[in-house]
Write a protein that binds this ligand. Structure first.
Ligand code: GDP
Length: 438
């Protein structure tokens, strides 16, 4: 096994930087860098790092040695806490590159080794990736929970129950004469039904976990000049913390990312509705409408015109937030409508509170861990379909072999979620998104 090394902290100038090594040569490498100083397990050692060839001093810092298997990867791991200057990091990386048996790590390679050594299952690996990417409190809480194994334990628990049911069906196949007829149905029927129902409830979660991970979509819709862009700018100005231009955003839809009560919100102004002259702009309008249609929440905005607000809310659906803008011009605010002025800031607090109430209540942590990726949803869908077939075969009095085969497929679908079975093809996809040093 090769020993890998990488800068685990972000690249660039900083107070400190952490280099990480994993593999059988990690400890000899540390000793070579410290002039033969003995490595004490799991203790921060203040050391002088030297060029292993010339013995020229490179930096002074901390070194920690984590002997296998009690380390992140399950291998011998060394962490070097050095000063975060570019030249210091470059010199240390150069020194590491000269040592025998060491090579630079590929993206996600530390975590992949942790997975391969049974330190993390795949859902925990995904939780770790999400924790690193988390921008808001609710995302952080969800990712941490998954990294600590809540989702993996749920799936493993179901899989263990399926394996027991399968063992029972297999016993029936191997020793058919020893069982009383009908016993298989009595023993397996309720368990299959219970699993189907639990998985069904887990799947029927309104995609909360996935939405929290991706960001909740809120669209501002309304006629031209209602003040949609003005509101977007005002909200963005207040919550500038994570305002960013999303990659792949078309110019038809202006959007900003906000942190509303700990939940990441992508707020889109369907600007394309404004001018619909040419074919390209019509395409913009189509996209803007589709976007508003697909949004998790819509803010329907109206502003008083020459004839008041008329039936401006005619198109609003019951769960849309209704907003009357330009209250600074003196229009009366109807019941059930939030009056704001994007110009003066009046009513923006109330609008934000209403947004936070809608968004926050939908995504607050619940008792059970939630699905956070399409991959989970697909696997659980496969599992549920196999379970349904097993249940039907059982009821129809089919051979135990047929029931067993579907139970096996259902268990395999769950096993793929945690990485217990045939996941080779999946691994590249999952680890590809990691950065080097993770
Ligand atoms: P959009 O077409 O819906 O995006 O509307 P804009 O945000 O571009 O605003 C249209 C016009 O209304 C601009 O001239 C704004 O300055 C003005 N406007 C926006 N919000 C307010 C408001 O709260 N009060 C007043 N008096 N004018 C506003």
């Amino acid at each position: 096994m090769e020993t890998i090394y990488a800068l685990s902290t972000a690249a660039g100038r900083a107070g400190i930087a952490v280099l990480r090594l994993s593999g059988p040569h990690a400890r000899p490498a540390l000793e070579a860098l410290t002039g033969g100083k003995a490595s004490v397990p799991r203790e921060a050692m203040l050391v002088r790092f030297r060029d292993p060839e010339t013995q020229a001093p490179l930096d002074r810092g901390l070194a920690i040695f984590f002997p296998a298997p009690a380390s992140f990867t399950g291998e011998d791991v060394v962490e070097l806490h050095i000063h975060g200057g570019r030249a210091v990091v470059a010199a240390m990386l150069r020194a590491l590159g000269q040592l025998p048996g060491l090579r630079a790590a590929k993206p996600g390679e530390f975590t992949r080794r942790a997975f391969e050594n049974g330190k993390l299952d795949l859902t925990e690996v995904e939780g770790l990736a999400d924790l690193i990417d988390a921008e808001t409190e609710a995302q952080r809480a969800q990712a941490l929970r998954q990294m600590e194994g809540a989702l993996g334990q749920l799936y493993e628990g179901w899989r263990a129950r399926l394996m027991r049911a399968l063992a029972y069906a297999e016993a029936e196949i191997d020793f058919p004469d020893e069982e009383v007829p009908g016993d298989l149905i009595a023993r397996l029927g309720p368990e299959i039904a219970a699993l189907e129902s639990e998985i069904g409830v887990h799947l029927d979660d309104g995609r909360r976990g996935e939405r929290l991970r991706d960001g909740v979509e809120v669209a501002i819709v309304g006629p031209p000049n209602a003040g949609k862009s003005s509101l977007l700018n005002r909200l963005a100005g207040r919550d500038a913390a994570i305002v960013s231009d999303e990659a792949g955003t078309t110019r038809d839809v202006l959007e900003v990312r906000l942190d509303i009560g700990g939940v990441p919100v992508t707020l889109a102004d369907t600007a394309g509705l404004r001018e619909a002259a040419g074919a390209i702009e019509q395409e913009g309008v189509r996209r803007a409408l589709a976007r508003a249609e697909a949004a998790d929440l819509r803010i329907v905005m109206v502003a008083p015109g020459a004839a008041g607000i008329g039936d401006g809310f005619a198109l609003a659906r019951p769960d849309d937030l209704r907003v009357l803008n330009k209250v600074d011009l003196g229009a009366a605010v109807p019941a059930g409508v939030i009056g704001i002025s994007a110009l003066t800031g009046q009513g923006i607090d109330a609008l934000e509170a209403a947004l936070a109430a809608r968004v926050g209540s939908a995504y607050e942590a619940r008792e059970h861990p939630v699905i956070t990726r399409a991959r989970h949803r697909e696997g659980l869908g496969d599992c549920a379909a196999s379970l349904a077939r097993a249940g039907a075969a059982l009821k129809a009095g089919r051979d135990a072999e047929l029931v067993a085969e579907d139970l096996r497929l259902a268990a395999r679908a769950l096993g793929r979620l945690t990485g217990r079975v045939d996941v080779e093809d999946l691994l590249d996809v999952i680890f590809r998104d990691f950065c080097i040093g993770k």
